[in-house]
Design a binder for this molecule. Structure first.
Ligand code: S3P
Length: 447
């Protein structure tokens, strides 16, 4: 069953709200908790389909867990060598993070595993992870570089030094996790900084991860000590409200307890360069991750050339940023963002199609987009129907576009919003968005 959003035009966002837990940190809390000695208590966990897929995979690998209940999960760690092979393929659903990190974690196990995913994940590139793991001694089979991924027991892994060809936190994390099971040292070199939740959380579990400039390294055989993890609200989910409040006149919204890891805050830097009014309040540190409340008020935005070094620090936020760019005065140019083409959808093509459908001049390029903003006009977007291609972030970004639309927007294939942001429509409606969920299936609509 597919579902759709119908969003009436206009409105403004106000009030105080907390978006769900960080997806990256939630995945990692289960993975590291599972291979730790002792019981790990997680709070603020994202109860979205992606993180639940990770829980289900670890249950299949013999790890007992309670929850999630109101964001709380108890993970009964089985220790570094305590995972057990599963009889069935391990289903990662829509979650690229689950699959890629699991490849690293499972590469050094003495049992065979097969990782599968949904239609979107089945098209995503896995060779970027399989190749360096193979260089470490792993035995991995893919279907033309894509899932299913079959991981066979190997004769043991050994550390390597790997300069990554692309800025990918999933790849870095997969290699560091494999490094726990490898002899010697595993060294990963990043072409640009990417999110460092794995390094931070491994530290919280008592594992030494050395950082030296662009390089992160780990020695094999280190055991993890269970801990407690407080997951902050996901800045990638907050991003829709940062953009929505910035573009809708009269908006004034506060987002509570948002994760402010400096490898994730590119969205704030970019929006501020565009003229956004974002105040960072009550900065604090919670469980090894910086957190703050963000107050956002509407402001006139201007087009910019997005600095390339900010791209990996805002990689998941470009769908929302493209909406902001359409509402800015002047031209916005994004380049160096070719990774957007291999996310849950081809986010360059899908966003450009949607923007064009709504009358915005958006020109896709191989590694980004050129958008001529219509910021001078109150109504930036025309009415229309948008195909999200089942990509959660595309759906939520276009929902915010309705705030500056001249007529209603219909956004199709929105069920996957639940992978990262359960309760999005309720929260967005509470903040002031005129959003309704409809069933796209005509049979259901009649019943
Ligand atoms: C993630 C890393 C990023 C990001 C994804 C989550 C992670 O992917 O897009 O949503 O949790 O490590 P890449 O590593 O492919 O850049």
């Amino acid at each position: 069953m597919t579902s759709s959003f119908r969003v009436a035009p206009g409105g403004r966002l106000s009030g105080s709200l907390r978006v769900p837990g960080d997806k990256s940190i939630s995945h990692r809390s289960i993975m590291l908790g599972a291979i730790a000695d002792g019981t790990t208590e997680v709070s603020g966990f994202l109860e979205g389909a992606d993180a639940i897929s990770t829980m289900n995979v670890f249950r299949a690998l013999g790890v007992a867990m309670e929850g999630p209940t109101a964001g709380r999960v108890t993970v009964r760690g089985v220790g570094l060598d305590g995972l057990r092979g599963a009889a069935q393929p391990l289903d990662c659903g829509n979650a690229g993070t689950a699959m890629r990190l699991l490849m690293g974690l499972l590469a050094g196990q003495p049992f065979e595993s097969t990782l599968i995913g949904d239609a979107s994940l089945s098209k995503r590139p896995m060779r970027r992870v399989a190749d360096p793991l193979t260089a470490m001694g792993a035995r991995i089979e893919t279907r033309d570089g894509c899932p299913p991924v079959r991981i066979l027991p190997s004769g043991g892994l050994h550390g390597i030094r790997y300069p990554m060809p692309m800025a990918s936190a999933q790849l870095k994390s997969a290699l560091l996790l494999a490094g726990l099971y490898a002899s010697g040292e595993t060294v990963v070199v990043e072409p640009a900084p990417t999110r460092d939740h794995t390094e931070r959380m491994l530290g919280g579990f008592g594992v030494r991860v050395e950082r030296d400039g662009a390089q992160a390294s780990v020695r094999g055989g280190q055991r993890l000590r269970a801990t407690s993890i407080d997951v902050p609200a996901d800045i990638s989910s907050a991003a829709f409200f940062l953009v929505g409040a910035s573009i809708a006149e009269g908006s004034d919204i506060t987002l509570e307890h948002v994760g402010m890891n400096p490898t994730r805050t590119g969205i704030i830097d970019i929006l501020r360069l565009m003229g956004a009014n974002i105040e960072v309040l009550a900065s604090r540190e919670v469980g090894g991750e910086p957190v703050a409340d963000l107050r956002v008020r509407a402001a006139p935005l201007r087009g910019i050339e997005v600095p390339r070094e900010l791209v990996p620090l805002a990689i998941d936020e470009f769908p929302a940023l493209f909406i902001a760019a359409a509402c800015a005065e002047g031209r916005t140019v994004v380049s160096g963002a070719e990774e957007l083409r291999v996310k849950e959808s081809d986010r360059i093509a899908v966003m450009a199609d949607g923007l064009q459908t709504l009358g915005v001049s958006a020109t896709p390029t191989p590694d980004g987009m050129i958008i001529d903003g219509r910021g001078g006009q109150p109504q930036v977007f025309g009415a229309g129907a948008i195909e999200s291609h089942g990509d959660h972030r595309i759906s939520m970004s276009f929902a915010m576009a309705a705030l500056r639309a001249g007529g209603a927007l219909e956004i199709r294939d929105t069920a996957n919003v639940g992978t990262s942001f359960p309760g999005f429509t309720t929260l967005a409606a509470r903040a002031g968005l005129a959003i309704d969920v409809g069933a796209a299936d005509p049979l259901r609509a009649r019943s």
